[in-house]
Design a protein around this ligand. Structure first.
Ligand code: FNR
Length: 182
């Protein structure tokens, strides 16, 4: 059985991030032949094209982790109806130098949550635009706009009963997508 590694990029640096919590709960829904690597983005400098010729260690690490993965799972909050700057910063870093993007061809999954009923939908749409340019085949359906509210998790932090069927279906679709593109 081929083993697949998925790089998980969470677009929030917040300690109590609801998107980080969602990413951790989703991890448990993946099959045994998948492992998830949570990619660090909080120590990246602000992207500056002047540094393209001399990538710092944090950027090399990021690019290495993305390159080594068979897919990338983005779990993003919505900031002002778009993606948070920290996520865009990480995406820009790993996309350069020109012609050496680590994202190229990696099958992507896009999901996210907010406290509001739109569940990060607009951020996800903006992210899909970016990923299209980066040549990342991105799972189209099902979409997953998750509202964080009472009952989303059980007491152990696992996905609660009300959302389990839907989110297991989402993970299963993404798993099939990754296999199809590797
Ligand atoms: C937000 N939030 C938010 N929520 C939303 O549904 N749509 C939005 O456009 C925004 N905009 C926004 C901007 C900024 C700068 C902040 C700090 C917050 C609320 C957001 O969903 C909430 O803070 C989440 O908890 C953020 O996700 P994490 O950090 O908990 O994963």
């Amino acid at each position: 059985m081929t083993h697949h590694t998925i790089a998980v990029v969470v677009g929030s640096l917040r300690k109590e991030s609801i998107n980080k919590k969602l990413a951790q709960a989703l991890e448990k829904l993946f099959p045994a032949d998948f492992s998830l690597t949570h990619v660090r983005i909080d120590d990246l400098p602000l992207y500056n094209q002047d540094d393209d010729g001399q990538l710092c260690a944090q950027v090399m690490r990021l690019k290495g982790e993305i390159s080594a993965a068979q897919g990338v799972l983005f779990v993003t909050p919505e900031y002002n109806r778009s993606v948070p700057g920290v996520l865009k910063n990480a995406i820009d870093h790993a996309s350069r130098p020109y012609g050496q993007s680590a994202w190229n061809g990696k099958p992507a999954g896009v999901i996210g949550t907010s406290g509001g009923p739109m569940g990060s939908a607009l951020a996800q749409q903006h992210l899909r635009n970016i990923l299209a340019y980066l040549n990342m085949p991105t799972l189209g359906q099902p979409e997953a706009f998750i509202q964080t509210k009472e009952g989303l998790y059980d007491e152990a932090g696992n996905i609660g009963e009300a959302s389990l069927k839907f989110l297991q279906g989402w993970v299963d679709a993404y798993v099939a997508w990754v296999k199809k593109h590797n």
